[in-house]
Ligand binder design. Structure first.
Ligand code: AMP
Ligand code: GLY
Length: 426
């Protein structure tokens, strides 16, 4: 069968690479893809948000399953549009995707489902938000724009002044556009973060091993937030007991509440969690695989991803045998462009990819890359996700950085401490 992956980042490269390994996959297309997906699959020159053209392409090329990578097309209703044309698609409906598309929707659902999360209030005006802040004892809060803001709409504040400034950026400066029509102010939680992702058909959950992202730009979790500078899997922070606790107290009640609210959730439910002294609390939900968490996760998956995603679409995950995982941990180090997450230049030639590819247990997933005259060039802020397996997290880290050392371009940089938290705890 033919498969279409929608998106162009490291996550989509990992999805296409894994799906292409399925004995049942004939052609794997990626729209629009990057230089890496062009090697492991076939790129299609259609942007991820051009739903009409994607549908036309899927019909003309006998695509039997479409897998949607990023949140924007999901929140725009790509799954509903495909389903209305009789096309099979992996990813939640427009309404179910509001779990990520609207923080107010998400918080209300969590409250209804009695899922632990930070206390919050929502606001539609700067005046009411600022009055609320001034009446509070502490300024230690988190201010979040309601809608999609590419991870930038969340401001963790130490003081009331900072929180007031965050409110003004959202409502007065309109920095996040319509995503800032509402905001929430929530209690600031302390603890370590972990991501738990589950594939679900709305009835059955298949929870994947826990992963951990590294959102701040610089070593030691300093600097501005990014899309994620690296990830590892499994995360030793989430032991068996905590894993079951999160499944039972967080994921299952969420799926039930979505069903009761008539927004049955099908796709990847990604819980971003803070492991606090009072137990795990949900920071946010995403409605798709994490990027870069997807890269180390799929590096460890031994079974056929196509089988799993198809079973989810066909609502028969309960018939699927347990997934098999490589027992070895995987570490993914993101190599980024000079200047990222601020402004950066594109078009710099990348060297050493062939050398890195020769290393054992290494896969270099492309994120922001393109091809120009047979040369791979940089084409985004996060450029590559260099991923390796190892007998221990420390060994996987060593191998990933060995591969990083092979790769060069003008201004390339990465964090040097990806997975150190896991190494310290083991
Ligand atoms: P979110 O997009 O909601 O996951 O927020 C992005 C990042 O902001 C998270 O990964 C956390 O590091 C931080 N964050 C969000 N909400 C809170 C909170 N209530 N307390 C502390 N940190 C938070
Ligand atoms: N790695 C965080 C995200 O995918 O949202």
């Amino acid at each position: 069968m033919n498969v279409l992956v929608v998106g162009s980042g490291g996550r989509e490269h990992a999805l296409a690479w894994k799906l292409a390994q399925s004995p049942r996959a004939d052609r794997v297309f990626v729209a629009p893809g990057n230089a890496g997906t062009a090697q492991d699959a076939e790129n299609v020159d259609i942007p991820a948000d051009d739903i009409e053209r994607l549908i036309k392409f899927a019909k003309e090329n006998k695509v039997a399953l479409t897998v949607v990578g990023p949140e924007a097309p999901l929140c725009a209703g790509i799954s509903d549009a495909f389903a209305a044309e009789g096309l099979r698609v992996f990813g939640p409906s427009h309404d179910a995707a509001q779990l990520e598309g609207s923080k107010v929707f998400c918080k209300k659902l969590l409250r209804r489902a009695d899922v632990p999360t930070a206390d919050y209030r929502s606001f539609r005006t700067a005046e009411s938000a600022i009055t609320y802040l001034q009446e509070r004892e502490s300024g230690s809060v988190v201010v979040k724009a309601d809608g999609l803001a590419a991870g930038k709409g969340v401001m963790v504040c130490d003081t009331k002044d900072e929180a007031v400034e965050a409110v003004k950026r959202i409502f007065h400066q309109r920095e996040f556009g319509a995503a800032g029509d509402q905001l929430i102010i929530e209690e600031r939680l302390e603890g370590q973060e972990a991501s738990l992702l589950a594939i679900t058909d709305g009835r059955t959950l298949v929870t994947l091993p826990a992963a951990q992202d590294h959102k701040p730009a610089f070593d030691g979790d300093r600097g501005p937030n990014t899309g994620g500078m690296g990830a590892y899997c499994p995360a030793p922070l989430v032991d068996e007991k905590l894993f079951s606790h999160i499944e039972e107290q967080v994921l299952v009640p969420t799926i039930h509440a979505m069903k009761r609210s008539r927004f049955p959730f099908r796709g990847v439910l990604y819980a971003g969690l803070m492991i606090t002294a009072q137990g795990p609390k949900v920071l946010e939900y995403n409605v798709r695989f994490g990027d870069p968490e997807c890269q180390p996760l799929l590096m460890r998956l031994r079974g056929d991803l196509l089988d799993v995603l198809e079973a989810a679409v066909d609502v028969r995950l309960d018939e699927l045998p347990d997934l098999e995982w490589d027992p070895r941990p995987a570490v993914c180090v993101v190599m980024a462009s000079e200047g990222y997450p601020g402004e950066y230049e594109k078009g710099r030639p990348i060297r050493g990819l062939d050398e890195a590819a020769k290393l054992d247990d290494v896969k270099v997933f492309h994120a922001g890359t393109a091809t120009l005259d047979d040369q791979v060039i940089t084409d985004g802020g996060r450029v590559l996700g260099v991923t390796a397996l190892g007998e221990s997290v420390a060994a996987a880290k060593l191998q990933a950085y060995k591969a990083v050392k092979c790769i060069r371009w003008d201004g390339a940089w990465c964090r040097k401490d990806i997975s150190d938290k896991a190494i310290a705890s083991s």
